[in-house]
Design a protein around this ligand. Structure first.
Ligand SMILES: Nc1ncnc2c1ncn2[C@@H]1O[C@H](COP(=O)(O)OP(=O)(O)OP(=O)(O)O)[C@@H](O)[C@H]1O
Ligand SMILES: [Mg+2]
Length: 248
């Protein structure tokens, strides 16, 4: 399998804190790669650096032969990178439909796409995530679950090749969390995505991911199949705990 993204010796510091410390790994085209680690380990920072929300202090990020280390988020989006945020970031004063139309229009280079066409495409993504009936509701009036799904629709509307998911389950009740996980799995299938997925619920990644990488204090401590990673002594000691299967 070809690599879609290669991260080489990436470091990101916040003042004296090294949030991502000389990290290297590859994301293979078409896979689901899980990303785990304790709170504050550097997972969201890594996604921020890959998506362009933050810039790496050193190291290199290459997407399909293009060096994107210093590219702006919108440039990365046009190359096929999309992400969701751990805490949804909606345009509060826009309707669900308008929010997705903005993503359709901004997500890639288009020549003279009409508003009607963009609206049609946006509607398709809202249907996919189950928000068609909410299309004329302002984002500020949506539930937390609906905002999560709106985020996903916006990400999908940019027609990504590679999607970063930063904790789709956080803040949802168990029923909603199950639906959200199913939605990511379905989106991957339907849109032929590569998925890089941060989640604290190990059982979900063991089920959905072909590979998992683990981070601790900014440093990668494991990279392997789910089975290898959940049996890795450092991962058990630092993150999972010995009895994790009993609580999963
Ligand atoms: N913008 C920032 N400015 C300063 N420090 C930051 C910033 N963002 C993150 N940090 C710090 O960097 C470290 C890594 O944070 P990060 O959010 O990447 O962790 P995480 O693995 O995503 O954790 P969680 O599982 O809680 O979401 C933490 O110590 C955090 O406090
Ligand atoms: Mg995080």
């Amino acid at each position: 399998m070809a690599d879609i993204l290669t991260v080489t010796n990436v470091t990101k510091k916040f003042g004296g804190l090294t949030a991502v410390d000389n990290v290297s790994f590859k994301i293979r085209e078409g896979e689901t790669l899980g990303f785990i680690g304790p709170n504050g380990a550097g997972k969201s920072t890594m996604v921020n650096v890959m998506s362009g929300y933050l810039t790496a202090d050193s190291g290199k990020i290459v997407m399909q032969d293009i060096d994107i280390t210093r590219k702006k988020p919108y440039e990365r989006a046009r190359l096929g990178l999309a992400r969701t945020y751990q805490i949804p970031r909606p345009f509060l004063e826009l309707t669900a439909l308008m929010s997705v139309i903005v993503a359709v229009l901004c997500g890639k280079k288009r020549v003279n796409q009409s508003f009607e066409d963009a609206a049609g495409e946006a509607t398709h993504y809202l249907e996919f995530v189950g928000l068609f009936s909410k299309r004329n509701i302002l984002a500020r009036d949506l539930t937390f679950y609906e905002l999560r799904m709106l985020e996903l629709a916006r990400a999908l509307a940019t027609t990504p090749k590679l999607l970063f998911i930063d904790e789709v389950m956080a803040g949802l009740n168990p029923g909603e969390a199950t639906k959200a996980v199913d939605m990511i799995v379905r989106a991957k299938e339907q849109f032929g995505l590569t998925v890089f997925w941060i989640e604290h619920v190990m059982a979900v990644l063991v089920e959905a991911a072909e590979r998992i990488i683990a981070i601790l204090y900014g440093q990668l401590i494991a990279d392997g199949t789910p089975d290898e990673v959940v049996n890795n002594d450092r991962v058990i000691e630092a993150y999972l705990g010995k009895g994790w299967r009993d609580y999963a």
